[in-house]
Design a protein around this ligand. Sequence first.
Ligand SMILES: *[C@@H]1O[C@H](CO)[C@@H](O)[C@H](O)[C@H]1NC(C)=O
Ligand SMILES: *[C@@H]1O[C@H](CO)[C@@H](O)[C@H](O)[C@H]1NC(C)=O
Ligand SMILES: *[C@@H]1O[C@H](CO)[C@@H](O)[C@H](O)[C@H]1NC(C)=O
Ligand SMILES: *[C@@H]1O[C@H](CO)[C@@H](O)[C@H](O)[C@H]1NC(C)=O
Ligand SMILES: *[C@@H]1O[C@H](CO)[C@@H](O)[C@H](O)[C@H]1NC(C)=O
Length: 563
Amino acid sequence: MARSYLLLASLISVACAVPNVSRDTFVHVRRDSAPAGFVHVGPASDSQVLTMRVGLTQSNTAGLIDALYSVSTPGSDKYGQHLSKAAVEAFTAPTDATTASVHAWLSSHNVTFAPATPAGDWLKLSVTVSQANRLLNTNFATFKNQATGKETVRTLSYSLPTSLEGKIAFVHPTTVFPIQPFGKNAAFKPNSAAKRAPDAAPQSCATQFTPACLQELYSINANSTGQASNVIAVSGFLGQYANEADLAAFLASFRPDIPSNTTFATKLLDGGVNPQDMSDAGQEANLDTQYAIGVAGTVPVQFISVGFNNDDDFGGNLDILEFLSGESPVPTVLTTSYGYDEDQLPFDLANSVCNAYAALGAQGTSILFASGDGGVAGGQGRPCTTFIPTFPSTCPFVTSVGGTRSLNPELAASLSSGGFSNFFPTPDYQASDVSAFLAGLGSTYAGLFNASGRAFPDVSAVAEDVEIVWEAQFGTIEGTSCSSPILAGLIGLLNDELISAGKPPLGFLNPFLYANQDIFTDITSGANRGCGTPGFSAGVGWDPITGVGSPVYASLRTAVGLT
Ligand SMILES: *[C@@H]1O[C@H](CO)[C@@H](O)[C@H](O)[C@H]1NC(C)=O
Ligand SMILES: *[C@@H]1O[C@H](CO)[C@@H](O)[C@H](O)[C@H]1NC(C)=O
Ligand SMILES: *[C@@H]1O[C@H](CO)[C@@H](O)[C@H](O)[C@H]1NC(C)=O
Ligand SMILES: *[C@@H]1O[C@H](CO)[C@@H](O)[C@H](O)[C@H]1NC(C)=O
Ligand SMILES: *[C@@H]1O[C@H](CO)[C@@H](O)[C@H](O)[C@H]1NC(C)=O
């Protein structure tokens, strides 16, 4: 399927698509048509109020990225010396000239706006449709999702004054239609026995992975000391609520060694809630909290529940980034088991979000995302003629976690999404591994993927037969939604040990992961089918299904200098 977004850098005439284009504007983003499944209903009501975000061009994104690499690349003399929030904001804040022009533009349209980040690089606007139409020289329309009947106000194209060229990074929501991320409800399979006795024994690991199985499989030989500054943040979107009673039942069976009152803290954003009725428990939210805590023990975990008051349609990622942009210290780990197909997003928005992950990484957060569950066919597996990469996994500043299954040996899970970005080029930290993989692949799949793109995943962990508790029932679940919180727990535990030893947390992981890939368990068998192909195959070295492999905690301890 062809990419649905065309990004036009220069002034062109699109008189058919946008009837009212005056000479002194340029098209910032346009798409040819609404996505399949949406029908145009008619013009949007002039008085409807839209909440929008406008991203301003940062003063020095390149400087931020250099700083990120210098604190994250082993061997650099700044390794581990994470930046303060003020140092990051010196890069991310727009220039005074940019800020003045954008503010003047909004004020001239009587638009109400406020900074969404302390650096002022993102603004939050409240505008009526008629204001938005004049501001963006467009005609917002109502579109209906034919499957759900839900109506949404969007446009296919918008323009900005030429005086703002180079000053605006994104305007959202405009051309992005509401997208259902992957990762909402994995299929829970109840165990035949309704309850389980405390059972830490790994002999059942052939059929069900529990925290004890993961301790064995990944040589996890440490206990958390519960360092307060070391927080694992767990993203929760879309009405997925984490249940404390289910967590208590899970820990009673699988981590009887940690205090029975161990639980997560909750942060509510944008009307978020986290009700504790059993019927509100979410499979995804339970999985994510149970495995972050099940692996990390008493490391503090913060469940972030994003509500629906955001006009975001990007899951809640923007809300979480805005929240964390104001936090100091930042969490040491952020794990998110939701994602999108890269072609569902315009480059400008994806790029700004990716740079926001760089800003968190520079301050010492390890950003983990599940790679997706549709093999080479995107996050949920869709019909395709070319491979579909997933975002945020394709952002070079996040760690994408793919999926494995089974034991002795651990194999690649066929559901594990992996591949190559069409947006972001191959970063240096993976360049030699990716070219070795491509050399082995030869001309297989030529034309189905972008060989010059950022390749993912980076690393992997168990994604099938993972035991959780949901609505007081024990059962198994699958998906890379399992892999990301498992790795988050493991990195959180390592950070706990580092902080206890007076060392900084790991922060942005990828340069370290690729430089130390010989200490990972290389997964060499399995393939991630999709688009009518067998998909990429796991093999010796990095591959786009399991990355550098699965972690070996005891070796990671040594590699980070713990004794
Ligand atoms: C374009 O929009 C401006 C401002 O809303 C309006 O003054 C002008 O008449 C419009 N031009 C056309 C050709 O519709
Ligand atoms: C902004 O508000 C002022 C005062 O109410 C009004 O005169 C002006 O026409 C408005 N401008 C726009 C673009 O709506
Ligand atoms: C962790 O704690 C458990 C239970 O208290 C204990 O059996 C185990 O030896 C500890 N492991 C390490 C590495 O200290
Ligand atoms: C758990 O209980 C212990 C002692 O009973 C108490 O000191 C600790 O603060 C409790 N922890 C939480 C997270 O409530
Ligand atoms: C392939 O990836 C490169 C690097 O990110 C990008 O510049 C290019 O536009 C991509 N090609 C296609 C066809 O998407």
